[in-house]
Design a protein around this ligand. Structure first.
Ligand SMILES: *[C@@H]1O[C@H](CO)[C@@H](O)[C@H](O)[C@H]1NC(C)=O
Ligand SMILES: *[C@@H]1O[C@H](CO)[C@@H](O)[C@H](O)[C@H]1NC(C)=O
Ligand SMILES: *[C@@H]1O[C@H](CO)[C@@H](O)[C@H](O)[C@H]1NC(C)=O
Ligand SMILES: *[C@@H]1O[C@H](CO)[C@@H](O)[C@H](O)[C@H]1NC(C)=O
Ligand SMILES: *[C@@H]1O[C@H](CO)[C@@H](O)[C@H](O)[C@H]1NC(C)=O
Ligand SMILES: *[C@@H]1O[C@H](CO)[C@@H](O)[C@H](O)[C@H]1NC(C)=O
Ligand SMILES: *[C@@H]1O[C@H](CO)[C@@H](O)[C@H](O)[C@H]1NC(C)=O
Length: 334
């Protein structure tokens, strides 16, 4: 029987494919487009040792620091952590359209600005570019990534102001912009987050100035860290009986207000106000709180420390360097 000669090229092609891609089989999950993009990323990062497992002859769903979605088999996570990688975030990261988690964490030699192609990653839920040496402004376009729940850009060299449009992100649970060189004011809009959840807000160790916007008093934050900035004025509106704040650090600013009349929510467990210009007597209401941490040192407080509750479980270092604060654990009032 003579074989139909038109089949021959197909047979030869199949044989060629089989021989040149030994791992080619029906069970390969990796999407070829994603593989191509990942190999481009590897190349752009200078073929680092960290990505040695990214071998073009193997299934990219099983490569180091990436994950494939179970249903679509598309790359949905790229999480590079503690790698000896030098250079910038490659533009190709924007060509992984199914990405939900993008992380470059603890990479000292990662430099440059936030890669603009990240704007294309509309499915992104977590963006974590932290403990890196990124510079430039924090771009406005991040507020178009409506699925973001975590925006973590801390421990970098970012300058400029905080985009006020971040308050438009409907699903945010946390904004961590601490340990940068950010300037300007905390946006007024941060008192009007669009989402169902009020995100935790970490803005510490920057150079933020001006008063904390009053609008922030309209929200029930649970965690705020504004420490080590240049914030000034009154922040009494962050407190009140009907709030749900648990943990608040306002230390090392130039806040100036009378603490005497403040009412604290029952939820408060950690209060750090050290190094400000806060004056007045410590309110009796502090005794009613289940405080685990308190620091009011280096202010201008006066009068007797309320006696009772947890207040005497803290040592003198929680109260030192005030104008005329007295009573246990400090020396008796005269
Ligand atoms: C970073 O770059 C410096 C200088 O090029 C190099 O000495 C160092 O080994 C690199 N990697 C890390 C992880 O520090
Ligand atoms: C990082 O990689 C560079 C070049 O590949 C190498 O010279 C250097 O020693 C590495 N640094 C560390 C801390 O591993
Ligand atoms: C940024 O780079 C400097 C020196 O190049 C280094 O000392 C510093 O630790 C780096 N920052 C981070 C967060 O890795
Ligand atoms: C957010 O994710 C959902 C699925 O989790 C998706 O349907 C939706 O298109 C995404 N939103 C945007 C703005 O892309
Ligand atoms: C919270 O309490 C303040 C006064 O303590 C009051 O003005 C405000 O309306 C209250 N807000 C809510 C939402 O209960
Ligand atoms: C904060 O939450 C408490 C308890 O859920 C609620 O009573 C209060 O009205 C809320 N306050 C604001 C300002 O939303
Ligand atoms: C309170 O803050 C001061 C000033 O930063 C510090 O010296 C002290 O150790 C702190 N106290 C506690 C209990 O952490």
């Amino acid at each position: 029987m003579k074989m139909n000669s038109s089949f021959l090229p197909i047979i030869l092609l199949s044989l060629f494919l089989f021989l040149s891609f030994p791992s080619f089989s029906l069970s390969v999950r990796c999407n070829p487009k994603d593989k191509q993009v990942l190999l481009q990323i590897k190349k752009d990062l200078g073929n680092p040792y960290h990505l040695a497992s990214w071998d073009p002859n193997t299934d990219c769903c099983y490569w180091y620091v990436v994950k494939c979605d179970r249903k679509t088999n598309r790359i949905n996570a790229l999480t590079v952590f503690q790698a000896n990688i030098s250079g910038q975030i490659p533009a190709a990261v924007g060509d992984l359209p199914y990405l939900e988690i993008l992380q470059f964490h603890h990479i000292t030699n990662l430099t440059g600005t936030i890669q603009p192609t990240i704007a294309k990653l509309t499915n992104l839920k977590q963006l974590r570019l932290s403990f890196t040496n990124l510079t430039g402004q924090i771009p406005e376009f991040l507020s178009q990534l409506k699925n973001l729940t975590l925006l973590e850009l801390n421990y970098n060299q970012f300058t400029g102001t905080i985009p006020s449009s971040f308050s438009q992100l409907p699903n945010l649970l946390a904004i961590h912009l601490d340990r940068n060189k950010l300037t300007g004011q905390i946006p007024e809009s941060f008192g009007k987050f669009k989402g169902g959840q009020i995100p935790e807000l970490y803005l510490s160790h920057n150079s933020l100035t001006g008063p904390v916007p009053r609008s922030l008093g309209d929200l029930n934050f649970t965690r705020l860290d504004f420490s080590r900035n240049k914030l000034e004025g009154d922040v009494s509106f962050l407190f009140g009986k009907n709030k749900t704040i648990q943990d608040i650090d306002l230390s090392r600013n130039t806040l100036e207000f009378d603490i005497s009349k403040l009412e604290f929510p029952e939820s408060l467990t950690s209060l750090d106000l050290n190094h400000n210009k806060i004056y007045g007597r410590l309110p009796e209401g502090l005794k009613d709180l289940e405080l685990q941490y308190l620091n009011v040192s280096y202010n201008r407080l006066c009068g007797e420390i309320p006696q009772g509750g947890k207040l005497q479980s803290f040592d003198v270092y929680s109260y030192l360097h005030n104008k005329c604060l007295c009573g246990s654990p400090l020396p008796d009032c005269k």
